[in-house]
Design a protein around this ligand. Structure first.
Ligand code: F6P
Length: 372
């Protein structure tokens, strides 16, 4: 009997429980495997905090948001304890053998894929499943959570429209996505935002103001802007990229702490940025401007049907892969099916919106401003 561990890591995403269930029911039902859950992502893996997962534990969770296992953003190879950075891979290898595991399923994003790869290099059998509302994982068509978050953000843009229209205002709706603009672009198109600002296309205030003025000249004295949290003014892009590089390059605990504090500061300014942009647009267009930050409502609650289906498919395919003895791969969504992709092609990578992507072309064709 194969004994397999499972954990969820990184930011939560609607569909995590559906994937745990899809994997677990297939693993137990079709292959007679035994399942053990690790609590709170990599943290529970390092601290060996487990929970047995049987059929009863997997029942009734398909539609539930969040993750029954809990999650964290800890890294197995950069574990900070008492101001010291440690490589906890050996501890995890011990825990894996102590639990008598034959495999480990890690549900997460690009960062989790990196953790998974470290464990594969240490000789463990690990399979990764892609989840994030940001849809920014390399080598998979899409990720579960994205469809749900797109629905939520689209509805928010819909609702903001009628109030922007009634008050003749500009309303900036800030949507998650610190690196990739998929969610903002998707929800912006679906919600008919007049302007969409994403990290991949740095904006100028003048270009946005021009779009708003042109709309007013055509009789529309309001505008709805979908703005990604990571969208940046052309003038600010260098600061952010430099801060990110510093974090990646930092080796000592002090350097890591300083670099993270600096990045948080730049990100704070970034957060302020949507408000700053609102003030700048008010000055440039004489239209009142307001900001709505969607925040964590985008990640919470029940997954939509598309995410439940995707998560179930990927979970079941992961159980097939374990049964075949696969390791070191991510189970990717590819067209109507699934595909196993080497972790090295996924780990630490980010899938940005390509500038010639069809969604961008379509947005431009229907007259949406992209701020450039
Ligand atoms: O899961 C990715 C994401 O949703 C980003 O878009 C966002 O910047 C980030 O999570 C924020 O999450 P947390 O506060 O949990 O780090």
């Amino acid at each position: 009997v194969k004994r397999v561990g499972i954990l969820t890591a990184g930011g939560d995403s609607p569909g995590l429980n559906a994937a745990i269930r899809g994997f677990g029911k297939t693993a137990i039902g079709a292959y007679g495997m035994e399942l053990v859950g690790f609590r709170d992502g990599v943290t529970g893996l390092v601290e060996n905090r487990t929970v047995p997962l049987d059929g009863a534990a997997l029942s009734g969770i398909l539609t539930v948001g969040g993750t029954i296992l809990g999650t964290s953003r800890d890294k197995v190879h950069r574990w900070v304890v008492d101001g010291e950075v440690r490589d906890m891979v050996p501890t995890v290898v011990d825990n894996y053998h102590r639990e008598g595991l034959d495999g480990l399923i890690m549900l997460g994003g690009g960062g989790t894929a990196k953790n998974a790869m470290k464990l594969v290099e240490a000789g463990l059998n690990v399979i990764h499943l892609p989840k994030t509302i940001d849809n920014d994982i390399a080598r998979t068509d899409t990720t579960f959570g994205f469809a749900t978050a797109t629905e939520i953000a689209t509805e928010a843009i819909d609702r903001v429209h009628s109030t922007a229209h009634s008050h003749h205002r500009i309303i900036l709706t800030e949507i998650m996505g610190h690196r990739a603009g998929w969610l903002t672009l998707g929800a912006g198109i679906a919600g008919g935002a007049d302007i969409i600002l994403i990290p991949e296309i740095p904006y100028t205030v003048e270009s946005i103001a021009e779009t708003i003025r042109a709309r007013r000249a055509r009789g529309s004295n309001f505008s709805v802007i979908a703005v990604a949290e990571g969208a940046r003014d052309v003038g600010d892009t260098a600061d952010y990229e430099a801060a990110q590089l510093l974090v990646k390059a930092a080796k000592t605990p002090q350097a890591i702490k300083a670099a993270k504090t600096h990045l948080a500061h730049v990100e704070d300014q970034q957060r302020e940025h949507t408000f700053k942009l609102a003030r700048e647009l008010e000055a440039a267009t004489s239209l009142e401007s307001r900001v709505t930050i969607l925040g964590y409502v985008q990640r919470g609650g029940a997954p939509v049907a598309a995410d439940r289906i995707l998560a179930t498919r990927l979970g079941a395919a992961a159980a097939d892969a374990v049964a075949r003895g696969e390791s070191g791969v991510m189970v990717a969504a590819r067209g109507e099916g699934t595909e196993l992709v080497p972790l090295s092609e996924v780990a630490g990578k980010v899938k940005l919106v390509p500038p010639d992507h069809e969604w961008i072309t379509a947005a431009r064709q229907v007259g949406t401003g992209l701020g450039d």
